[in-house]
Design a binder for this molecule. Structure first.
Ligand SMILES: NC(=O)c1ccc[n+]([C@@H]2O[C@H](COP(=O)([O-])OP(=O)(O)OC[C@H]3O[C@@H](n4cnc5c(N)ncnc54)[C@H](O)[C@@H]3O)[C@@H](O)[C@H]2O)c1
Length: 364
């Protein structure tokens, strides 16, 4: 097999701790499925600012672009909060997303039965939830122009403007990706918009209908975003793939995180260009960094996404996901998952358990 290059970007806070476990599991999967992976580590975020004075060196960006996938921990922390925007740790992430052309953010949310008591939702509400949020990442309100402040005409303060723009092409490519992913799942797409009010949402809905004609075997439903917010908390089991624009996706994906029980459980993938980026949904968690207690499962499940979407090895991806389920079923809990006196395992112990479960199938 030809070499598959993985850029490893541990970042800040708990980033290095969880990425180490992700790489451990990826190595176990590579051994079992005979994949030729090579790992290339780069310093980014606050750590890169300390070392080089910038959050991402141009030469590192070029080298990262030569890799097929990126595994990132998290960037940022209080030490760098007062830096100018151009050198803040987050700038590394924004630059990577832009330079790698990552227009689609995938956040799978699965309710593990073993963690039912860790969720703030009732077990009968979360039972069986297995949904995928596909969020548009490079358009909409976060990037639209004009964005500015003008003096208020009545002399009282300011008038602030942000602009929400979407083109047919931008909508078509993300909706098409959502339909393609639904083909390998339960074949239901829910397109989320605010078409009763917003012109950009009316174009979104028309375009989603057009794309749906290319996928007759996949069912399309339209839902207004306010209703989706309610349905995610009321009956999340109804969803398979949700596709939506940038701002709605940002909010809904955090809401859906409550289903999984801990932020530390959630993986993500950002796709669009030749190099895709995989990272847990959480941040650098400075409050627990350096103590070896962070939950590495978000990073490990991101490795499963890497195997599925970049390496193209669905079987290896499933093996990692099953190994996570197996570790949880064996009773292993990091501190964020433990309830009422349950014994906890460290970050490294959880990684060892999952890597062991991936590797043990060798004998089977
Ligand atoms: N993609 C990224 O790199 C990213 C994303 C979000 C926040 N951040 C940055 O991270 C820093 C901290 O942000 P925050 O505190 O708002 O969010 P956070 O996600 O880092 O932490 C929120 C809470 O969840 C807990 N937590 C997060 N991940 C966990 C894990 N794997 N295991 C156990 N507990 C976990 C933390 O201890 C904390 O109490 C900030 O500098 C922020 O800018 C980075």
């Amino acid at each position: 097999m030809t070499e598959f290059r993985v850029a490893v970007l541990p970042g800040d806070g708990i980033g290095p701790e969880v990425v180490r476990e992700g790489v451990k599991v990826l190595r176990a999967a590579a051994d079992r499925f005979r994949l030729t992976l090579t790992f290339h580590e780069f310093t980014v975020g606050g750590a890169a600012y300390e070392r080089y004075g910038v959050p991402l060196r141009p030469e590192d960006l070029e080298a990262i672009k030569e890799c097929q996938a990126v595994l990132l921990g998290a960037v940022g922390g209080p030490a760098w909060d007062d830096l100018p925007a151009a050198v803040r740790p987050e700038k590394a992430l924004f630059t990577l997303r832009k330079e790698l052309g990552l227009y689609a953010n995938l956040r799978p949310v699965r309710a593990y039965p073993e963690l039912a008591s860790a969720s703030s939702l009732r077990p009968e509400v979360t039972a069986g939830v297995d949904l995928l949020i596909v969020r548009e990442l490079t358009g909409g309100l976060y990037f639209g122009e004009p964005r500015r402040r003008d003096p208020a005409p009545d002399g009282d303060g300011w008038v602030a403007t942000d602009t929400l723009t979407y083109s047919t092409g931008e909508i078509r490519r993300i909706v098409r990706l959502a339909f393609t992913l639904a083909q390998g799942r339960r074949r239901q797409v829910t397109s989320v918009d605010k078409a009763n009010v917003l012109e950009s949402s009316r174009l979104w809905r028309e375009t989603a209908r057009e794309v749906a004609r290319e996928f007759p075997e996949v069912a399309l439903t339209h839902q207004l975003v306010d209703n989706t917010a309610l349905q995610l908390a009321r009956a999340p089991g109804q969803f398979d793939v949700l596709v939506t624009e940038n701002l709605f996706g940002d909010i809904l994906s955090d809401e859906a995180a409550a289903i999984a029980g801990s932020l530390g459980m959630l993986p993500s993938a950002s796709l669009g260009g030749r190099t895709a980026l995989y990272e847990p949904c959480h941040g650098s968690a400075p409050d627990i960094a350096g103590r070896g207690i962070a939950n590495p499962l978000g990073a490990i499940l991101s490795v499963a996404l890497l195997l599925r979407h970049s390496v193209g090895h669905g079987e290896a991806a499933r093996a990692v996901e099953e190994a996570v389920a197996q570790a949880l079923a064996s009773g292993a809990r990091t501190a964020d998952l433990a309830r009422g006196g349950e014994k906890t395992v460290s970050t490294a112990e959880m990684g060892d358990l999952v890597a062991g479960a991936v590797g043990s199938r060798l004998k089977g």
